[in-house]
Design a protein around this ligand. Structure first.
Ligand code: NAG
Ligand code: NAG
Ligand code: NAG
Ligand code: NAG
Ligand code: NAG
Length: 602
């Protein structure tokens, strides 16, 4: 009883502090780090309650404690051998999960279909190549088809266009400046490719979709620049130099002996339209239109966070204010990675015939409110185990999950050991000390060149892992062709009675910025839904590769009314909050999410 009361008390304080804090509303001078000065980032649960109007409605927090479960989740094989490793992965709004591997690194384990389909491979001496390097995996049926893909997309980037089609940008060799499109409305399509379309070489770059549906593409190996690419295959390339990328690049020891530590930079669209860019251990806020650096943030202590030390990062859920004019909290978290010299100590190019040293990965996490005037990194709780190359994914509940990766070494072939089998539930607004919960482990190693995605059915799809140059099965960490699904804690069958079901017929799926929309939903227990007990979340589905989920974004829209099992919500006010495109919309009842549906916003 006492602990229930404490939880209730803390929840109430959290709700009040969340709704009265001025911080992050456009970085106003009044905004500042969390009051109280404690090292606890996020809403300060220890602060005295302010004389607020107690308006816990209007937005998305619960007025009651969440329904608890001790269930730690379950793993299941979804497909025993899919034949193509998932180096890059994107869930599309047509429920196809697109993934692909490199095309210049030899055969996969599956022939391109139909039999005898052996196109010329420009990155394998123009010989014909009968192997598939790309797949469309239907997450509902676990069936897949092969896709033809030409110019090498190895270590490329990507995003969705506002119309739901997918775009893959860059790679290496013949694909280093390519743009490839996978249409959403054609279930038989191959990638439609345009070579030499980009303004610079984009090998290990990151994308972020902007408020108008264009995408900024940042960095890449020896590409100290960015460019903005419209949702089209026809455009004039224009690169903009960005010396910050050179400054944050740990220089090569000798020709071709790269260290870098700043590839696949972490990129997030802020709610004023600017972009937060994190590379190695430094970060800036960049105006993507003018190219101006608006703010340089303090150095993040502790080590290197980008490729090859490959830590992970996410922008925390953007919870809209009750008047729908701003997000109550714009905050970024960074976890894991490794020491700046971890790659030199393990990679064969540097180590040569000396013994490899697998440096233990970092456990520390840090958080920043980048729109604050004097934004500071605040120490987050340490993770219970070290992690590199993991994926940090949003869950429908507003929590996050850290999944896959390794505990020692770095990205790169043969560069890591000690897989991290244990997914970690991350609840960023719980009191410090109780933010991480270990879930049930898998027994399949998912390290370099693995990826994952949250699905509309609220499970997490996990695929890939190939820490070798070629497909290799007789090794300690073999090329992994099994597809798994992880059912997180909230899929405890004991919670099914509380699980919301969205009635698609009574739900508006075409949302307009700032306008009201209605969601019809009910819970299996037949208990009517009321304001304060429901929370709606909207996920922008990311492009995941090398431990970073590009474009990932979770919006928590304001709710204005719940009556007769119809929720009235406000669509976010603009593309600065929610770039145009498709989102998975979930309804949660006191922490129990139901299957999501696809909605479109513009
Ligand atoms: C690994 O886990 C699966 C369940 O996902 C189980 O069926 C299998 O027996 C386990 N294998 C080993 C070697 O523990
Ligand atoms: C492959 O063919 C293309 C087009 O014919 C040509 O431009 C390219 O140089 C060839 N590449 C190799 C490695 O022969
Ligand atoms: C999406 O936009 C692209 C580029 O304009 C176009 O080629 C494609 O056909 C569009 N797809 C859909 C489904 O509208
Ligand atoms: C940031 O990274 C650079 C390059 O690895 C390193 O020299 C510097 O000491 C780091 N700074 C801090 C505060 O960790
Ligand atoms: C794995 O197989 C390859 C090719 O058959 C062979 O060259 C290699 O020595 C094998 N490695 C191990 C660890 O058995």
């Amino acid at each position: 009883m006492a602990s229930l009361l404490t939880t209730l008390f803390l929840l109430q304080l959290f709700a009040i502090s969340a709704f009265t804090s001025p911080y992050d509303r456009g970085g106003s001078p009044a905004a500042g780090p969390v009051p109280g000065g404690a090292a606890a980032p996020g809403p300060d649960v220890t602060a005295a309650p302010s004389p607020a109007d107690g308006d816990t409605h209007g937005a998305s927090d619960y007025a009651k404690p969440e329904i608890e479960t001790n269930y730690k989740g379950a793993w299941a094989i979804d497909n025993p051998n899919v034949g193509v490793c998932a180096m890059h992965l994107q869930l599309m709004p047509n429920d196809q999960v697109i993934w692909y591997d490199a095309t210049s690194l030899g055969p996969s384990a599956r022939k391109l279909e139909p039999e005898g389909n052996c196109p010329i491979n420009p990155d394998a001496n123009n010989k014909s190549d009968c192997w598939a390097h790309a797949l469309a995996y239907d997450w509902k049926t676990s069936k897949s088809r092969t896709i033809k893909l030409w110019g090498e997309p190895w270590c490329s980037s990507g995003n969705l266009w506002p119309n739901g089609s997918m775009v893959a940008t860059g790679g290496t060799l013949s694909g280093v400046k390519a743009v490839r499109m996978m249409p959403m409305d054609d279930f038989k399509a191959d990638f439609i490719e345009k070579r030499d379309a980009l303004g610079d070489f984009r090998w290990y770059s990151s994308n972020q979709i902007l408020e108008d549906g264009t995408a900024i593409i940042v960095g890449g190996r020896e590409a100290f620049s960015y460019e903005i690419v419209p949702p089209s295959l026809e455009f004039q390339p224009k690169k903009v130099d960005l010396p910050f990328l050179k400054e944050t690049c740990t220089p090569a020891k000798e020709t071709n002996m790269f260290i870098e530590n700043n590839l696949y930079p972490f990129l997030f669209l802020l709610t004023d339209g600017n972009v937060f860019l994190f590379a190695n251990n430094r970060s800036i806020t960049l105006n993507p239109t003018s190219g101006k650096i608006i703010q340089e943030h303090p150095v993040c202590p502790g080590g290197s966070r980008n490729y090859p030390p490959s830590g992970n990062s996410a922008i925390l859920p953007l919870k809209m204010s009750s008047d729908n004019t701003g997000a109550l909290n714009v905050e970024i978290v960074i976890c894991g990675g490794n020491k700046p010299d971890a790659f030199e100590k393990v990679d064969v190019k540097h180590v040569k015939d000396k013994e490899k040293e697998f440096v233990p990965a970092l456990k520390d996490c840090h958080r920043i409110h980048p729109m604050d005037k004097d934004a500071q990194w605040e120490d987050e709780q340490d993770m219970p185990s070290s992690r590199i190359m993991g994926d940090l994914l949003h869950l429908p509940t507003g929590d996050l999950i850290m999944i896959s990766g390794a505990q020692k070494g770095t990205s790169g072939w043969e560069n890591a050991i000690e897989p991290n089998f244990t997914p970690l539930l991350y609840q960023p607004f719980k009191p410090m000390g109780s933010r991480f919960t270990e879930m049930n482990p898998t027994n399949i190693s998912r390290m370099y060149h693995s990826s994952s995605a949250l699905l509309p059915d609220t499970k997490v799809l996990v695929a890939g892992s190939n820490p070798h140059q070629f497909y290799t099965f007789n090794a300690t960490f073999p090329t992994e062709l099994r597809v798994e699904k992880f059912s997180p804690h909230y899929l405890d069958s004991k919670l099914d009675i509380h699980r919301p079901v969205v009635d698609e017929k009574g739900t508006e799926k075409v949302l307009k910025y700032g306008k009201q929309f209605k969601i019809a939903a009910s819970i299996q227990s037949k208990k009517p839904l009321v304001l304060g007990e429901v929370k709606v979340t909207m996920l922008y589905p990311p492009f995941t590769t090398h431990g970073f989920s590009q474009n990932q974004r979770m919006i928590v829209p304001t709710l204005t009314d719940v009556a007769d099992n119809v929720i009235t919500a406000l669509a976010p006010p603009s593309g600065k909050f929610a770039p145009p495109g498709y989102y998975i919309l979930f309804v949660n009842y006191l922490g129990v999410p139901g299957t999501g549906i696809w909605v479109h916003i513009d």
